[in-house]
Design a protein around this ligand. Structure first.
Ligand SMILES: *Cc1c(COP(=O)(O)O)cnc(C)c1O
Length: 404
Protein backbone atom coordinates (compact mmCIF):
# COMPACT_ATOMS: atom_id res chain seq x y z
CA UNK A 1 0.00 0.00 0.00
CA UNK A 2 1.59 3.21 -1.11
CA UNK A 3 1.33 6.42 -3.07
CA UNK A 4 2.72 6.40 -6.55
CA UNK A 5 2.97 10.04 -7.53
CA UNK A 6 -0.20 11.28 -5.89
CA UNK A 7 -2.52 8.29 -6.19
CA UNK A 8 -2.82 5.41 -3.78
CA UNK A 9 -2.13 1.84 -4.77
CA UNK A 10 -3.02 -1.41 -3.04
CA UNK A 11 -0.56 -3.84 -4.57
CA UNK A 12 -1.17 -3.21 -8.28
CA UNK A 13 -4.66 -1.80 -7.95
CA UNK A 14 -5.45 1.91 -8.14
CA UNK A 15 -7.70 2.68 -5.20
CA UNK A 16 -9.44 5.56 -6.95
CA UNK A 17 -10.62 3.24 -9.72
CA UNK A 18 -11.64 0.58 -7.24
CA UNK A 19 -13.71 3.08 -5.31
CA UNK A 20 -15.42 4.29 -8.46
CA UNK A 21 -16.55 0.77 -9.17
CA UNK A 22 -17.59 -0.32 -5.68
CA UNK A 23 -18.43 3.00 -4.01
CA UNK A 24 -17.81 3.91 -0.35
CA UNK A 25 -17.47 3.11 2.48
CA UNK A 26 -15.28 0.25 1.36
CA UNK A 27 -12.96 -2.13 3.20
CA UNK A 28 -9.94 -3.24 1.22
CA UNK A 29 -7.30 -5.80 2.25
CA UNK A 30 -3.90 -6.64 0.80
CA UNK A 31 -3.11 -10.34 0.45
CA UNK A 32 0.60 -9.62 0.13
CA UNK A 33 0.63 -7.90 3.53
CA UNK A 34 -1.29 -10.76 5.11
CA UNK A 35 1.21 -13.28 3.79
CA UNK A 36 4.08 -11.11 4.94
CA UNK A 37 2.64 -10.83 8.48
CA UNK A 38 2.11 -14.57 8.78
CA UNK A 39 5.57 -15.43 7.52
CA UNK A 40 7.09 -12.87 9.85
CA UNK A 41 5.16 -14.20 12.81
CA UNK A 42 6.41 -17.72 12.06
CA UNK A 43 9.95 -16.45 11.63
CA UNK A 44 9.91 -14.63 14.97
CA UNK A 45 9.22 -17.86 16.84
CA UNK A 46 10.74 -20.39 14.49
CA UNK A 47 13.12 -21.90 17.04
CA UNK A 48 10.21 -23.65 18.77
CA UNK A 49 7.66 -23.74 15.89
CA UNK A 50 4.47 -22.97 17.79
CA UNK A 51 0.98 -23.83 16.68
CA UNK A 52 -0.42 -20.48 15.51
CA UNK A 53 -4.17 -20.16 15.85
CA UNK A 54 -5.62 -17.03 14.25
CA UNK A 55 -8.13 -15.30 16.57
CA UNK A 56 -11.24 -15.16 14.43
CA UNK A 57 -12.79 -12.36 16.39
CA UNK A 58 -10.24 -9.95 14.89
CA UNK A 59 -11.63 -10.68 11.43
CA UNK A 60 -14.22 -13.33 10.69
CA UNK A 61 -14.51 -12.91 6.93
CA UNK A 62 -14.82 -16.44 5.51
CA UNK A 63 -12.66 -15.85 2.44
CA UNK A 64 -9.94 -14.19 4.49
CA UNK A 65 -9.95 -17.06 6.98
CA UNK A 66 -9.59 -19.44 4.04
CA UNK A 67 -6.46 -17.57 2.93
CA UNK A 68 -5.08 -17.59 6.47
CA UNK A 69 -5.73 -21.31 6.69
CA UNK A 70 -3.92 -21.89 3.39
CA UNK A 71 -0.95 -20.03 4.84
CA UNK A 72 -0.82 -22.66 7.57
CA UNK A 73 -2.59 -21.24 10.59
CA UNK A 74 -5.22 -22.81 12.84
CA UNK A 75 -8.03 -20.93 14.58
CA UNK A 76 -8.83 -19.52 18.00
CA UNK A 77 -12.59 -19.16 18.42
CA UNK A 78 -14.78 -17.67 21.13
CA UNK A 79 -18.28 -18.74 20.08
CA UNK A 80 -20.09 -21.53 18.27
CA UNK A 81 -20.54 -19.17 15.33
CA UNK A 82 -16.79 -18.66 15.04
CA UNK A 83 -16.17 -22.38 15.43
CA UNK A 84 -18.61 -23.11 12.60
CA UNK A 85 -16.90 -20.44 10.49
CA UNK A 86 -13.43 -21.91 11.11
CA UNK A 87 -14.64 -25.38 10.13
CA UNK A 88 -16.41 -24.01 7.07
CA UNK A 89 -13.16 -22.33 6.01
CA UNK A 90 -11.56 -25.77 6.15
CA UNK A 91 -9.46 -25.33 9.27
CA UNK A 92 -8.48 -28.74 10.64
CA UNK A 93 -10.35 -29.34 13.92
CA UNK A 94 -7.06 -30.42 15.50
CA UNK A 95 -5.82 -26.86 14.96
CA UNK A 96 -8.76 -25.18 16.70
CA UNK A 97 -8.83 -23.92 20.28
CA UNK A 98 -11.92 -22.51 21.93
CA UNK A 99 -11.81 -19.82 24.65
CA UNK A 100 -14.49 -17.72 26.35
CA UNK A 101 -15.95 -17.12 29.80
CA UNK A 102 -19.52 -18.04 28.99
CA UNK A 103 -19.64 -21.02 26.65
CA UNK A 104 -23.13 -22.48 26.88
CA UNK A 105 -23.86 -26.17 27.19
CA UNK A 106 -24.95 -26.36 23.55
CA UNK A 107 -21.78 -24.59 22.42
CA UNK A 108 -19.61 -26.97 24.45
CA UNK A 109 -21.53 -29.96 23.14
CA UNK A 110 -20.91 -28.84 19.55
CA UNK A 111 -17.19 -28.34 20.25
CA UNK A 112 -16.92 -31.82 21.76
CA UNK A 113 -18.67 -33.39 18.77
CA UNK A 114 -16.28 -31.62 16.40
CA UNK A 115 -13.27 -33.04 18.29
CA UNK A 116 -11.35 -29.77 18.38
CA UNK A 117 -7.84 -29.63 19.81
CA UNK A 118 -8.71 -27.90 23.08
CA UNK A 119 -11.55 -26.31 24.92
CA UNK A 120 -9.88 -23.70 27.12
CA UNK A 121 -12.08 -23.55 30.17
CA UNK A 122 -12.40 -20.38 32.25
CA UNK A 123 -14.27 -21.52 35.39
CA UNK A 124 -14.94 -24.38 37.78
CA UNK A 125 -18.58 -24.55 36.68
CA UNK A 126 -17.56 -24.82 33.06
CA UNK A 127 -15.15 -27.68 33.80
CA UNK A 128 -17.99 -29.54 35.55
CA UNK A 129 -20.30 -28.87 32.60
CA UNK A 130 -17.72 -30.25 30.15
CA UNK A 131 -17.31 -33.33 32.34
CA UNK A 132 -21.06 -33.88 32.44
CA UNK A 133 -21.34 -33.60 28.66
CA UNK A 134 -18.34 -35.88 28.12
CA UNK A 135 -19.83 -38.48 30.41
CA UNK A 136 -23.18 -38.42 28.63
CA UNK A 137 -21.43 -38.75 25.27
CA UNK A 138 -19.09 -41.45 26.63
CA UNK A 139 -16.07 -39.48 25.48
CA UNK A 140 -12.82 -38.22 26.89
CA UNK A 141 -12.45 -34.50 26.20
CA UNK A 142 -9.14 -32.62 26.02
CA UNK A 143 -9.18 -29.29 27.77
CA UNK A 144 -7.03 -26.42 28.91
CA UNK A 145 -7.57 -24.17 31.87
CA UNK A 146 -7.14 -20.47 31.43
CA UNK A 147 -5.12 -18.93 34.18
CA UNK A 148 -5.60 -15.32 35.14
CA UNK A 149 -1.95 -14.48 35.87
CA UNK A 150 -2.77 -11.12 37.45
CA UNK A 151 -0.45 -9.38 35.01
CA UNK A 152 -1.03 -5.83 33.82
CA UNK A 153 -0.59 -5.80 30.04
CA UNK A 154 -0.02 -2.01 30.11
CA UNK A 155 -2.50 -1.47 27.32
CA UNK A 156 -5.87 0.32 27.15
CA UNK A 157 -7.90 -0.69 30.21
CA UNK A 158 -10.80 -1.70 27.93
CA UNK A 159 -8.68 -4.38 26.28
CA UNK A 160 -6.76 -5.64 29.28
CA UNK A 161 -7.76 -9.18 30.27
CA UNK A 162 -5.10 -10.59 32.61
CA UNK A 163 -5.60 -8.61 35.80
CA UNK A 164 -7.28 -10.13 38.82
CA UNK A 165 -10.25 -7.79 38.52
CA UNK A 166 -10.91 -8.93 34.93
CA UNK A 167 -13.54 -11.60 34.30
CA UNK A 168 -11.19 -13.89 32.37
CA UNK A 169 -9.61 -17.14 33.51
CA UNK A 170 -9.30 -18.55 37.02
CA UNK A 171 -6.96 -17.52 39.80
CA UNK A 172 -4.04 -19.65 40.95
CA UNK A 173 -5.90 -21.26 43.84
CA UNK A 174 -8.82 -22.38 41.66
CA UNK A 175 -6.37 -23.48 38.99
CA UNK A 176 -4.62 -25.82 41.42
CA UNK A 177 -7.90 -27.20 42.74
CA UNK A 178 -9.07 -27.88 39.20
CA UNK A 179 -5.82 -29.64 38.27
CA UNK A 180 -6.28 -31.97 41.23
CA UNK A 181 -9.94 -32.55 40.41
CA UNK A 182 -9.29 -33.30 36.74
CA UNK A 183 -6.49 -35.76 37.57
CA UNK A 184 -9.20 -38.03 39.00
CA UNK A 185 -11.75 -37.49 36.24
CA UNK A 186 -12.45 -40.27 33.78
CA UNK A 187 -13.95 -37.95 31.20
CA UNK A 188 -11.67 -34.96 30.95
CA UNK A 189 -8.03 -34.82 30.15
CA UNK A 190 -6.06 -31.71 31.15
CA UNK A 191 -3.60 -30.96 28.38
CA UNK A 192 -3.07 -27.24 28.43
CA UNK A 193 -2.41 -24.22 30.55
CA UNK A 194 -3.66 -21.12 28.74
CA UNK A 195 -3.36 -17.38 29.28
CA UNK A 196 -4.22 -14.25 27.34
CA UNK A 197 -3.44 -11.00 29.12
CA UNK A 198 -4.82 -8.43 26.70
CA UNK A 199 -4.53 -6.83 23.33
CA UNK A 200 -2.39 -4.21 21.55
CA UNK A 201 0.61 -5.00 23.80
CA UNK A 202 3.77 -3.27 22.61
CA UNK A 203 5.95 -3.80 25.66
CA UNK A 204 7.53 -7.24 26.08
CA UNK A 205 7.81 -6.89 29.86
CA UNK A 206 4.20 -7.91 30.69
CA UNK A 207 4.78 -11.04 28.63
CA UNK A 208 7.96 -11.80 30.57
CA UNK A 209 6.11 -11.35 33.80
CA UNK A 210 3.29 -13.61 32.62
CA UNK A 211 5.87 -16.29 31.74
CA UNK A 212 7.42 -16.07 35.19
CA UNK A 213 3.99 -16.61 36.76
CA UNK A 214 3.45 -19.66 34.55
CA UNK A 215 6.87 -21.08 35.37
CA UNK A 216 6.32 -20.70 39.09
CA UNK A 217 2.90 -22.29 38.97
CA UNK A 218 3.99 -25.30 36.93
CA UNK A 219 6.87 -25.92 39.32
CA UNK A 220 4.50 -25.69 42.24
CA UNK A 221 1.99 -28.22 40.94
CA UNK A 222 4.54 -30.37 39.14
CA UNK A 223 2.16 -31.25 36.33
CA UNK A 224 3.18 -32.12 32.79
CA UNK A 225 1.21 -30.05 30.29
CA UNK A 226 1.30 -31.07 26.64
CA UNK A 227 0.56 -27.47 25.59
CA UNK A 228 1.07 -23.99 26.92
CA UNK A 229 -1.21 -21.55 25.14
CA UNK A 230 0.14 -18.02 25.49
CA UNK A 231 -2.78 -16.28 23.77
CA UNK A 232 -2.31 -13.33 21.45
CA UNK A 233 -2.18 -9.62 22.09
CA UNK A 234 0.88 -8.65 20.06
CA UNK A 235 0.48 -4.96 19.27
CA UNK A 236 1.01 -3.14 16.00
CA UNK A 237 1.98 0.48 15.37
CA UNK A 238 -1.04 2.56 14.56
CA UNK A 239 1.07 5.72 14.41
CA UNK A 240 4.01 5.71 12.07
CA UNK A 241 6.59 6.50 14.71
CA UNK A 242 5.24 4.51 17.67
CA UNK A 243 7.36 1.77 19.17
CA UNK A 244 6.96 -1.86 18.24
CA UNK A 245 6.81 -5.06 20.28
CA UNK A 246 10.25 -6.63 20.68
CA UNK A 247 9.58 -10.13 19.37
CA UNK A 248 13.18 -11.18 19.95
CA UNK A 249 12.88 -10.61 23.66
CA UNK A 250 9.47 -12.27 23.85
CA UNK A 251 10.72 -15.29 21.92
CA UNK A 252 13.81 -15.50 24.10
CA UNK A 253 11.70 -15.50 27.26
CA UNK A 254 9.50 -18.31 25.89
CA UNK A 255 12.59 -20.36 25.04
CA UNK A 256 13.76 -19.95 28.61
CA UNK A 257 10.45 -21.34 29.87
CA UNK A 258 10.65 -24.26 27.45
CA UNK A 259 14.05 -25.24 28.79
CA UNK A 260 12.40 -25.91 32.13
CA UNK A 261 9.06 -27.24 30.90
CA UNK A 262 9.18 -29.03 27.60
CA UNK A 263 5.89 -28.66 25.74
CA UNK A 264 4.26 -27.34 22.58
CA UNK A 265 3.53 -23.61 22.49
CA UNK A 266 0.29 -22.24 21.07
CA UNK A 267 -0.21 -18.60 20.08
CA UNK A 268 -3.53 -16.94 19.30
CA UNK A 269 -2.67 -13.75 17.39
CA UNK A 270 -5.41 -11.68 15.80
CA UNK A 271 -4.44 -8.04 15.36
CA UNK A 272 -0.78 -8.70 14.50
CA UNK A 273 -1.83 -10.93 11.59
CA UNK A 274 -4.62 -8.88 10.04
CA UNK A 275 -4.53 -5.35 11.52
CA UNK A 276 -2.35 -3.50 9.05
CA UNK A 277 -3.62 -5.40 6.00
CA UNK A 278 -6.87 -3.44 5.77
CA UNK A 279 -8.04 0.11 5.07
CA UNK A 280 -11.43 1.76 5.04
CA UNK A 281 -12.10 4.21 2.23
CA UNK A 282 -14.67 6.88 2.86
CA UNK A 283 -16.07 9.90 1.03
CA UNK A 284 -16.56 13.37 2.45
CA UNK A 285 -20.30 14.06 2.35
CA UNK A 286 -20.29 17.57 3.80
CA UNK A 287 -17.91 20.01 5.37
CA UNK A 288 -19.41 22.04 8.16
CA UNK A 289 -17.48 24.92 9.65
CA UNK A 290 -17.62 26.71 12.92
CA UNK A 291 -15.20 29.32 14.20
CA UNK A 292 -12.37 27.00 15.08
CA UNK A 293 -13.12 23.68 13.51
CA UNK A 294 -14.06 22.04 10.27
CA UNK A 295 -16.29 19.03 10.73
CA UNK A 296 -15.52 16.61 7.95
CA UNK A 297 -18.65 14.52 7.74
CA UNK A 298 -17.76 11.17 6.21
CA UNK A 299 -19.97 8.47 4.75
CA UNK A 300 -18.29 5.95 7.08
CA UNK A 301 -19.44 5.85 10.69
CA UNK A 302 -19.04 4.03 13.97
CA UNK A 303 -21.26 1.22 12.72
CA UNK A 304 -18.71 0.50 9.97
CA UNK A 305 -15.71 0.92 12.20
CA UNK A 306 -16.24 1.12 15.93
CA UNK A 307 -12.78 1.14 17.56
CA UNK A 308 -12.53 4.92 17.91
CA UNK A 309 -16.02 5.16 19.46
CA UNK A 310 -15.57 2.04 21.59
CA UNK A 311 -12.05 2.49 22.97
CA UNK A 312 -11.02 5.96 21.89
CA UNK A 313 -8.60 4.22 19.53
CA UNK A 314 -6.73 6.47 17.12
CA UNK A 315 -6.33 5.46 13.50
CA UNK A 316 -4.40 7.52 10.97
CA UNK A 317 -6.48 9.20 8.27
CA UNK A 318 -4.79 10.04 4.97
CA UNK A 319 -6.05 11.50 1.70
CA UNK A 320 -6.63 9.16 -1.21
CA UNK A 321 -5.29 11.73 -3.66
CA UNK A 322 -2.44 13.82 -2.37
CA UNK A 323 -2.45 17.55 -2.95
CA UNK A 324 -0.08 20.30 -1.91
CA UNK A 325 -2.37 22.74 -0.20
CA UNK A 326 -2.55 22.45 3.58
CA UNK A 327 -5.53 23.74 5.56
CA UNK A 328 -5.01 26.08 8.49
CA UNK A 329 -8.09 24.83 10.29
CA UNK A 330 -8.49 21.85 12.55
CA UNK A 331 -10.34 18.99 10.93
CA UNK A 332 -12.58 16.77 12.99
CA UNK A 333 -13.49 13.64 11.04
CA UNK A 334 -16.91 12.40 12.07
CA UNK A 335 -19.56 9.98 10.84
CA UNK A 336 -23.24 10.70 10.20
CA UNK A 337 -24.55 8.64 13.13
CA UNK A 338 -26.58 10.30 15.87
CA UNK A 339 -24.00 9.82 18.62
CA UNK A 340 -21.36 12.24 19.80
CA UNK A 341 -18.81 9.41 20.00
CA UNK A 342 -19.25 8.84 16.28
CA UNK A 343 -15.97 10.50 15.42
CA UNK A 344 -12.73 9.11 14.11
CA UNK A 345 -9.97 11.65 14.63
CA UNK A 346 -9.07 15.31 15.01
CA UNK A 347 -6.23 16.48 12.79
CA UNK A 348 -4.29 19.71 12.34
CA UNK A 349 -2.57 20.55 9.08
CA UNK A 350 -4.38 18.09 6.86
CA UNK A 351 -4.40 18.86 3.18
CA UNK A 352 -7.28 21.07 2.10
CA UNK A 353 -10.37 18.96 1.62
CA UNK A 354 -13.48 19.43 -0.49
CA UNK A 355 -16.81 17.70 -0.40
CA UNK A 356 -16.74 14.38 -2.33
CA UNK A 357 -13.00 13.94 -1.69
CA UNK A 358 -11.93 10.48 -0.56
CA UNK A 359 -9.96 9.61 2.57
CA UNK A 360 -8.41 6.42 3.90
CA UNK A 361 -8.73 5.26 7.51
CA UNK A 362 -5.64 3.12 8.11
CA UNK A 363 -4.96 -0.22 9.79
CA UNK A 364 -8.56 -1.34 10.18
CA UNK A 365 -8.07 -5.02 9.27
CA UNK A 366 -8.46 -6.16 12.88
CA UNK A 367 -11.62 -5.46 14.87
CA UNK A 368 -12.95 -3.45 11.91
CA UNK A 369 -15.51 -5.35 9.88
CA UNK A 370 -15.88 -7.96 12.63
CA UNK A 371 -17.16 -5.26 15.01
CA UNK A 372 -19.40 -3.58 12.46
CA UNK A 373 -23.13 -3.36 13.04
CA UNK A 374 -26.35 -2.13 11.51
CA UNK A 375 -26.82 0.69 14.01
CA UNK A 376 -28.99 3.50 12.65
CA UNK A 377 -30.12 0.86 10.14
CA UNK A 378 -27.04 1.39 8.05
CA UNK A 379 -25.82 -1.33 5.72
CA UNK A 380 -22.41 -2.90 6.26
CA UNK A 381 -19.70 -1.99 3.71
CA UNK A 382 -18.40 -4.06 0.84
CA UNK A 383 -15.08 -5.87 1.50
CA UNK A 384 -12.45 -6.42 -1.14
CA UNK A 385 -9.29 -8.50 -1.18
CA UNK A 386 -6.50 -7.49 -3.55
CA UNK A 387 -3.88 -9.98 -4.71
CA UNK A 388 -1.46 -8.39 -7.18
CA UNK A 389 -3.77 -6.97 -9.82
CA UNK A 390 -6.59 -9.38 -8.93
CA UNK A 391 -9.63 -8.00 -7.13
CA UNK A 392 -12.11 -10.21 -5.27
CA UNK A 393 -15.21 -9.14 -3.44
CA UNK A 394 -14.91 -11.12 -0.20
CA UNK A 395 -18.12 -9.68 1.18
CA UNK A 396 -20.85 -7.90 -0.72
CA UNK A 397 -22.26 -4.64 0.50
CA UNK A 398 -25.46 -5.31 2.45
CA UNK A 399 -28.66 -4.21 0.78
CA UNK A 400 -31.10 -1.89 2.51
CA UNK A 401 -34.03 -3.98 1.38
CA UNK A 402 -32.66 -6.88 3.45
CA UNK A 403 -32.51 -4.69 6.52
CA UNK A 404 -35.78 -2.85 6.26
C1 LIG B 1 -8.99 -11.53 21.52
C2 LIG B 1 -8.25 -12.73 21.86
C3 LIG B 1 -7.09 -13.06 21.16
C4 LIG B 1 -6.50 -12.20 20.08
O1 LIG B 1 -6.00 -11.00 20.54
P1 LIG B 1 -5.13 -10.03 19.59
O2 LIG B 1 -4.83 -8.88 20.44
O3 LIG B 1 -6.00 -9.66 18.43
O4 LIG B 1 -3.91 -10.77 19.16
C5 LIG B 1 -6.44 -14.24 21.51
N1 LIG B 1 -6.92 -15.05 22.48
C6 LIG B 1 -8.03 -14.77 23.16
C7 LIG B 1 -8.50 -15.69 24.21
C8 LIG B 1 -8.74 -13.60 22.89
O5 LIG B 1 -9.83 -13.31 23.58
Amino acid sequence: MKYIKNSFLIEKVNLQKLTKKFETPLYCYSYEKLKHNINNFKLNFKSFSPLICFALKANSNLKIIKEIKKLGLGADVVSKGELMKALKAGVNSKKIVYSGVGKTSSELSYAIDKKILLINSESRSEVLEIEKLAKSKKKIVDIGIRLNPNTDAKTLSQISTGKKENKFGVNEKTFIELVNYIKKSKYINLKCLSVHIGSQIINHKPYEKMLRVIDKLIRKINYKFEFIDLGGGMGISYQESKKKLNYKKYSHAVKKLLKKHDCKIIFEPGRSIIGNTGILVSKVIYIKENQTKNFIILDAAMNDFMRPALYGAKHRIIPLNRKREISKKTYEFVGPICETTDKFLTINKFQKLNEKDLVIICDVGAYGSSLSSNYNLRTKPVEILVKGSKISVVKKRQKLKDLV
